[in-house]
Design a protein around this ligand. Structure first.
Ligand code: MRU
Length: 372
């Protein structure tokens, strides 16, 4: 049994979940006015939660990847702006100035996931609406907005999970890359939402989790969270995917995304493009699950999506062990872009589109409400 930290209410991450959640990535505790986050760098070794009281502490936690995954960092940033609203009790102008400074600071922590900018922009619009209220009412309005972002993300994951699960063949082995699970979102997960929904519908599926070099989100996080939820999973090193596809041991691929361009190009964790190319070679559906907050209609195609460069150490060391001699340079782009022509389907809470058939997210524009 994994211990959950004390919270003054049931985690919002479990919204709509018939069972209490066993863990969560990020929550706000209204009684103590703290942001509570699972220390993902310690997984699977230990389950430990940190509490944050200052926006810049949350920004540092995002940068250092205590919390990671595109929707989860957006939610963490929204809660950071709730902390700001709680502490900044000056007049409207002072509050808006402080909110703007904190928003820019938070936004600079990780450049590829557009969910971060999306959540900060939404919180900043709310800040402008409520700036003239008294500080307590202002704080409550900012808190309600951040909680709405959180709850809507869980609902989006459940909806895209249902849509994707319908395409997962009975008895399939599903390959996924990185971690696009409850740990990476408000709860339930995007790619792992598809897998969870297929499992909940009684489909006898199993998962091959790419270990996801260099930061090992697949081995450390995806395998752990599926194991906790009793969904059959095996970890493979990234260079085994081709072998298992050739042997007919994979029937379906699903991944998350950090940004989807208007033409359907998809940015996701480094190595995703390779999975997509392999899937095409072996005639397998390569699919993506992501909330609408991951869609960047202002980005015409993937060529200008900013790709985060991370540290040499994450490549040159495995934990405490040096695997590349000191002094030898390493390359470390954190993400890559899969061209639309490789993407069979993108599942969102607003519906499904098929980039390989020339569809971009805009085909869903008239379905439901667009939040930007
Ligand atoms: O560097 P990370 O761990 O934040 O990268 C995460 C991913 O690439 C995920 O696949 C993506 O953010 C989607 S999460 C639902």
């Amino acid at each position: 049994m994994i211990a959950l930290p004390e919270l003054s209410r049931a985690p919002l991450s479990g919204t709509g979940n018939p069972k209490p959640v066993a863990f969560f990535a990020v929550e706000y505790d209204p009684a103590t006015r703290e942001v509570v986050m699972l220390e993902q760098r310690a997984l699977p070794r230990e389950v430990v939660y940190h509490r944050y009281t200052k926006p810049d502490q949350v920004a540092e936690a995002i940068r250092a990847m205590v919390v990671r995954g595109a929707p989860a960092i957006g939610i963490a940033a929204a809660y950071a702006l709730v902390l700001l609203a709680e502490q900044e009790r000056g007049d409207a102008k002072t509050f808006l100035l402080a909110n703007g400074v904190a928003g820019r600071f938070l936004n600079a922590t990780r450049p590829t996931a557009v969910n971060l900018a999306w959540a900060i922009a939404r919180m900043s619009r709310k800040a402008a609406d409520v700036a003239a209220l008294d500080p307590d009412a202002r704080y409550e309005a900012m808190r309600a907005e951040a909680e709405a972002i959180h709850v809507e993300d869980v609902a989006a994951c459940r909806r895209m999970g249902e849509l994707g699960a319908a395409d997962v063949p009975e008895g399939a082995t599903v390959l996924t890359h990185c971690n696009a699970g409850a740990l990476a979102t408000g709860g339930y997960g995007t790619a792992l939402g598809v897998i969870r929904a297929a499992h909940e519908h009684g489909k006898k599926i199993r998962v091959l989790a790419d270990e996801t070099r260099p930061y090992l989100q697949g081995a450390r996080l995806t395998a752990w969270e599926l194991f906790v939820d009793e969904i059959p999973v095996e970890v493979i090193t990234d260079n085994m995917a081709a072998h298992f596809m050739k042997k007919g041991e994979v029937q379906f691929c699903v991944v998350g995304s950090d940004r989807i361009a208007a033409n359907g190009d998809v940015a996701n964790k480094i190595g995703t493009y390779g999975v997509a190319v392999l899937a095409k070679e072996h005639g397998l559906p390569f699919t993506v699950a992501a909330p609408w907050s991951t869609v960047d209609l202002a980005m015409p195609d993937g060529s200008r999506i900013p790709i985060e460069e991370r540290s040499r150490d994450e490549v040159a060391r495995l934990g405490e062990t040096t695997i590349v001699a000191d002094g030898i340079p390493c390359r470390h782009p954190g993400f890559d872009v899969t061209p639309a022509r490789y993407v069979h389907a993108v599942y969102t809470e607003r519906g499904v589109f098929h980039p390989k058939d020339g569809e971009g997210p805009a085909v869903l524009m008239n379905r439901g409400k667009v939040q930007r």
